[in-house]
Design a protein around this ligand. Structure first.
Ligand code: PLP
Ligand code: SF4
Length: 354
């Protein structure tokens, strides 16, 4: 035995330390994320002048971009659709009427700290404020995360409330990004949810499999497949170039494990506000057995006005997607309004025959 152990290749040992699926651990990759605009400009061969003109915008919500996503950005192109999603801009500091700190009424929907109940049957838990990336248009970029519970045991109050709320049959883990929690902590939380008899489904809203595909670990897959709750994972991809080989693999691992995987995208000016990139995104998703779920009209959060696409433009784009794609490949184009009983589908502009 000893001799066999001595003969193990270096690769096998590395694989073991990252639980067998990937050659690098997601936590190590996360540690090397770029947080400095000047460094970003250097790494992407962008004019150094960009760094000085945008730095003021990154004070409250600083640049954060992990290496796997960075590697998909085209160097030397200040208009790259992946770059625009993460690069702070001075436009973020311009106050714009109609754009607020809490555009979707999250605060009014808090039943317990960190627990949002807006829609029937579903409770959304803001597990953490942390993410692997800072998306400049994030609708929760001003959310008061410091008031929400931190760490496993701080969630007892919300879990007690869930226990009493027998009309809720689905828990949505959100944030921030719930998969910033390490596997042991996440697994223990799912174990506690498992004990609430009236729950049927578990949903995870995460961008981590896209930002750092290595996040899809064997133990995460085991946690999702060993629960009696039916697991759904909703990822967030806005542009087809976000999907490289590693992201494809991470998504396949989830789907092959029997998890329903859906995608939500946000319609963003300069990023995906045209038919071609969205058509390509939808086709790549369905090829991976990931269903396009929602295309969101931008939530009007302060600092994001420069990303807004007029609704009529979005409606025209979606009508053209319907003409080009199988029905299951077309996401629902929706807007979220405070106080509404669901996300609101935006109607297509169609002419009915007389
Ligand atoms: C978006 C959202 C949900 C989920 O809505 P679905 O239409 O089921 O995807 C649930 N709770 C809150 C608070 C939400 O914002
Ligand atoms: S990953 Fe989601 S929560 Fe995090 S910054 Fe991006 S949009 Fe916001």
């Amino acid at each position: 035995m000893l001799e066999i152990a001595g003969k193990r290749s270096k690769n096998e040992i590395i694989a073991e330390s990252t639980d067998g699926l990937w050659s690098e651990s997601w936590r190590e990759i996360l540690k090397t994320a770029v947080r400095d605009v000047a460094e970003l400009c250097r790494r992407l061969a962008l004019p150094a002048g960009i760094a000085s003109t945008v730095s003021a915008a990154g004070v409250d919500f600083p640049l954060l971009v992990p290496a796997p996503y960075l590697s998909r950005i085209r160097p030397g192109d200040p208009n790259d659709p992946l770059l625009l999603q993460i690069l702070p801009r001075l436009d973020e500091l311009e106050p714009r009427s109609g754009f607020s700190l809490d555009p979707v009424g999250d605060l009014a929907a808090q039943r317990e700290p960190g627990m949002l109940c807006k829609y029937q049957r579903r409770a959304l838990l803001v597990l953490t404020g942390a993410c692997a990336v800072h998306c400049r248009y994030c609708f929760r970029r001003h959310f008061p995360y410091s008031d929400a519970p931190r760490g496993l045991d701080a969630w007892e109050g919300a879990l007690d409330e869930l226990q009493r709320s027998t009309t809720i049959d689905e828990v949505i883990l959100s944030g921030g990004d719930p998969w910033m929690w390490v596997d042991d902590q996440f697994t223990e939380f799912v174990r506690r949810l498992n004990r609430l008899d009236h729950l049927r489904r578990l949903r995870v809203h995460t961008r981590l499999p896209i930002m750092i595909p290595q996040r899809v670990t064997a133990s995460l897959l085991a946690t999702l497949t060993n629960t009696r709750l039916t697991p759904f994972v909703v990822v967030h991809i806005n542009h087809p170039r976000e999907i490289d080989d590693d992201v494809s693999r991470a998504l396949r691992l989830l789907v092959d494990a029997g998890i329903v995987v859906l995608n939500q995208a946000v319609l963003l000016r300069g990023v995906n506000d045209a038919v071609d990139p969205l058509e390509e995104l939808c086709l790549r998703l369905v090829q991976l057995r990931v269903l396009p779920y929602y295309l969101h009209q931008l939530d009007r959060v302060q600092g994001s006005a420069h990303f807004e696409v007029p609704r009529e433009t979005g409606q025209r784009i979606v009508a053209e997607l319907l003409a080009r794609l199988p029905g299951y490949a077309v996401p629902r184009y929706v807007v979220e309004l405070p106080g509404a009983v669901s996300k609101i589908p935006l109607p297509l502009q169609v002419e009915f025959p007389e």
